[in-house]
Ligand binder design. Structure first.
Ligand code: SAH
Length: 274
């Protein structure tokens, strides 16, 4: 039986301020071996000459086809799942995934949804601000005495996991993952429901909504999970109406939700599924 090669074209590799041309070339080579094609470089050194060319043997298409951006935001535009990588656990970033979990999440993204793997500077890695833009944080297990891998070797290990996961359909969970817009509609409903209940957060409402996004961002929500939550919140809506409770229609939680939404316009277009 012949199987078509796995497609990883919806996954981009983002390098933030790579300072050594040779590393960029090696990353292109590692990507080629793994079947990854889309390289994004944020403020790189010159990546088209010298060591970069040498190390990118057989993978010039990836190297020269790289998209260069001034900011990480530009490099992440259009993605819905962003994974930051780090050699160390970071304070305030307590949920750490391993390469195979991350690969499963990225490979099983719904059609038309893009993901990114973000790698940091050779000397200092990613800043906390940069990691905050990522939904998941991934660490490749390595010796505690010297946990930091060479940049391109880190890309190779992540690429290997992605390739392996994509090439083995048996290992891919058969889930009906909820697409982005359905998940956004769910957050809007949760926020609206909290407003209906007159919920007020001791912290800023934005922080609370961010915690909710963090909680659900940690798990792969299937369509039926989203429907379950809608059911609960529909019940709350009806309860409030039936009991004639006076509520603020567009209250603080709904406003906070829109402030934490990365793509407000898409949310507003979305219909809530039955
Ligand atoms: N001194 C830096 C290491 C930078 S290594 C630090 O401690 O953060 C360059 C990049 O390679 C890192 O930013 C990360 O993206 C990746 N990397 C290196 N080792 C890694 C590991 N064990 N797990 C995940 N990513 C790793």
């Amino acid at each position: 039986m012949t199987t078509s090669p796995p497609s990883l074209s919806h996954i981009r590799v983002v390098l933030v301020e790579p300072a050594q041309a040779g590393n960029i070339g090696s990353v292109a080579r590692a990507m080629k071996n793994a079947g990854l094609t889309r390289l994004y470089l944020v403020r790189p050194v010159d990546h088209t000459t010298g060591d970069a060319r040498k190390m990118a043997h057989g993978s010039g298409d990836i190297l020269y086809g790289a998209t260069v951006t001034d900011t990480l935001d530009e490099a992440l535009e259009g993605t819905i799942l962003t994974v930051g990588t780090s050699a160390r656990a970071r304070k305030d970033f307590d949920v750490l995934y391993g390469p195979s979990e991350v690969a499963t999440r990225l490979v099983s993204l719904p059609a038309d949804c893009e993901g990114a793997l973000v790698f940091g500077r050779e000397k200092t890695g990613l800043t906390n601000d940069e990691l905050e833009k990522c939904q998941l944080l991934c660490r490749i297990p390595s010796a505690h005495s010297y946990p930091s891998l060479n940049l391109s070797q880190a890309v190779l290990i992540m690429g290997y996991e992605l390739y392996r996961t994509a090439a083995n359909p048996d290992e891919r969970p058969d889930l009906e993952i909820a697409p982005y817009e359905q998940i956004e509609a769910m957050y809007a409903h949760v926020a609206g429901g909290l407003d209906m209940l007159g919920f007020s957060s001791h912290h800023r409402p934005e922080t609370f909504m961010r915690s909710i996004r963090r909680l659900f961002g940690r798990i792969q929500l299937e369509k039926r999970d989203v429907s379950t939550l809608h059911r609960i919140f529909r019940h709350i809506d009806r309860f409030v109406v039936r009991h004639n409770i006076q509520v603020e229609p567009d209250g603080p939680m709904s406003r906070a939700n829109r402030a934490t939404d990365v793509s407000e316009s898409e949310t507003e277009k979305t219909d809530e599924p039955e």
